[in-house]
Design a protein around this ligand. Sequence first.
Ligand code: FAD
Ligand code: SIN
Length: 543
Amino acid sequence: MSRRLVIVGSGIAGLYAALLASDAGADVVLLTKGSLEHSNTWYAQGGISAVLPEPAPGDTVAAHIADTLRAGAGHCNEAAVRLMCTEAGSDIAALQQFGVRFDAGPDGGPALGLEAAHSAPRILHAGGDATGARTAGALIGAVLARAARGTLTIHTHAHTTALKEHNGRVTGVEYLQDGTLRSLAADAVLLATGGAGRLFGQTTNPAVATGDGLALAVRAGAAPADLEFFQFHPTCLVAAATPRPHRLDGPLLISEAVRGEGAVLVDAGGRRFTKAYHPDAELAPRDVVSRSIALHLAKLGNPGGHVYLDARPIEQDHGAGFLGRRFPTLTRKTLDAGIDWTRELVPVAPAAHYWMGGIATDLHARTSIPGLYAAGEVACTGVQGANRLASNSLLEGLVFGRRAVEDFLEGSSADPSVPALTPRSGAPVGSGPCSSGGGESRTEPFSREALRSLMTSHAGVLRSGKLLAGAAGTLARWAAVVRPDAVPGSADPAVHEDRNLLLAAQLLVSAALARRDSLGAHYRSDETLETIPLRPKASLSHD
Ligand code: FAD
Ligand code: SIN
C-alpha cells in the first residue's frame, strides 16, 4: 500500500507538492482551511524570480544567488540559496507542465520583469500583475483533475488544529470540518500553511495568514528560527486616503514591479526622499525602502501618515496605455478606489508582508521532528535571510515543496536518526511564553484587534527594547487568559486562530528582544525611537 502524505495548505508549496507526490503514486490528502483559492499565493503580483536555461543577456544563476545573499543582509543559509537559485529552472518547467502560462515578451520568450535589489530583469509573471491567481489557478485545476480521477483527496474548509504524535514522531493531524473535530493518520505531514501577516494591523496578507502552522509545529516541539525577521512591504495602498475605500475588498499591495518599471516615491510635499536613505533609492532592498518611509514620516512628525507612489513617469516613458497593459489588476483596483494612477498619485505606506522566520528546516524541508516537513512561507530554510529578495518566495515554495516530496518518497522521513536541527539565530527555541520584561504594558483585554494594534505599534518596522518589552508584558498577560489548555476542543476556528496568533506574537517578540542589534528587516533603534510617538495606523487596518 502506498504511504500517505498529508499536506496542509493550498498555496503554491502545498499545491505543487500535492501534484508531485500524487503523480509519483503516494496517497496524498490535501487539507486547507478555506476554499482552495484562499492563500497568500493567490494575491501574488510581481512574479517568480528564476534564471532560466536561456537567461536574459547578462544574467546568471550566480547573479541571482549574489542578489539574494545581499538582500538577506548576510544572514542567509548560503547552501539553501545556491540550491534554490540553481534548481529554479527545472521547477519553472514543471510548473508549465502543470498548465501555468507565463507572459511572453515581444520575441516570444518569457517577458522578464525587474524588481528592487535584482541586478537584472528575471521575474516571470502571468496575467501582468496576476501571477499568483494565474499560477494557483492552474495548479488548482490540476489537483482537481486528479481528485476527480481518484488519485488525490482534497478536504476544503478543513482547519488543522493539531499535529498527532506518537513516540516523538508526527503521525497525522486533527482538523475541524463542519463544526466536528476529525483526525487523519499519515506517514508524514507537510505543513504548507503560509505566513502570519494578520499579526499586524497593517498587512498585505489575506485573512488566512494567522500563523497556524508555526504554532502547531512549535507546540509539537519543532524548532523555529529567525522569527525576529518580518518583512514590511513598502507600498500597500492606504485605503482611507482614497476617494472610494469601500470599493476595495481587502488590502491592496502595489507591486514592487511598478517601481521596477520606473515609479518613484514622494512625500506629501511632492519631494522624492528615498535617495537620502540609500543610493538605490526606490530600488533598494525592501526593508530599506520600508524603513526609509517610516523614518521619513517620523522626521516629518507624522509617523502614522503615508507617502505617495508616482507611477506617472512610467506612462511618460512607455506611452499612454502601458500601465493598463502591464498592470491590469492594479489599474482596475486603483480605479475602483477612485484613483487614476496614470494622472494621480497613489497613497501608500509599509505593511506586514512576509515572515522570513518560521519552522526551521533543512535542505530537504525536514523539521526537527521526524515525520514533519515544512515548506513555503511557514518554513525557515534560511534562503530569505534577514530580508527576502522580491519574488523569491513563490520560488522557495516550489523548490522546497518538491524537495520535501522527494525526501518523503525516498522514505527518509521515517528515519528516526534525522539529526535535530540547530536554530541559526537567537530564536527562542523551546522557550515558553515570553517573560513580561520591563516597559509599559497595555491594559485592554485580549482581542484580535488589540493584538494587531499592539504588534503594529510595538514590533513593527521600527522597534526598540522598551517597546518590545512592553509588548512582551501585554502578550504574557493575554496568554494567561487565552489559555493554551482551554481551547483545543473548541469547534470555532477563530478561537484556534487567536491562540495561534498569540503564540506567534510571543515568539516573534521574544526573538526580537533577544536580537539587540539591527539586521535586515529587524530594526532596533533604541536610542531614538523612545521619543517617536508610534501609533497604529487605522487607515491601513484590514479585516
Ligand atoms: P500560502 O500561499 O499563504 O498558502 C497557505 C495555505 O495554508 C492557505 O491555503 C491557507 O488557507 C492554508 N492554511 C493555513 N492555516 C491552515 C490550517 N490551520 N489548516 C488548514 N489550512 C491552513 N511572493 C513572490 O515570490 N512573488 C510575488 O509576486 C509576491 N507577491 C505577493 C503579493 C501579496 C499581496 C502577498 C500577500 C504576498 C506576495 N508574495 C509574493 C509572497 C508569497 O505570495 C507568499 O509568501 C507565498 O505565496 C506563500 O506560499 P505558501 O504556499 O507558503 O503559503
Ligand atoms: C510585489 O509584487 O511587490 C511582491 C513581490 C514579493 O513579495 O516578492
